[in-house]
Design a protein around this ligand. Sequence first.
Ligand code: HEC
Length: 97
Amino acid sequence: MRSGKLLGGLVACILVMLFALAGVGGASDMGETVKQACSRCHSTKRICLNVGVKSTEGWKSTVTKMVSKGAQIPADQIDAAADYLSGLAPGDGPLCQ
Ligand code: HEC
């Protein structure tokens, strides 16, 4: 009984760690994608200025607008890019460097 609980706890711990790692990896990939796709026409400072200001919905409409101008973000990644942008802390990430 006791060891079964311990094992369960251990498995849960490992799962949580795996999810955390996957989350960090995914976010930094999106950071690179956004940085590359969004620095073609204007500096990423323009985006940095809006970090912490726009909501997820706001970012979704901004990214959609930029994609319609020619930003290279696949349509199925617009949501992920908006989530990434709205999740950044002001002054944070590759967009503000
Ligand atoms: C094809 C050129 C182009 C690309 C690529 C591009 N933008 Fe823009 N962006 C513009 C232009 C032109 C403006 C100014 C006109 C306007 O506000 O509609 C602008 C303005 C902005 C603004 C300030 C205005 C607002 O709506 O808040 C933000 C924020 C922004 N872009 C974010 C992004 C993001 C995020 C990406 C990547 C998904 C991106 N841009 C890629 C052309 C581009």
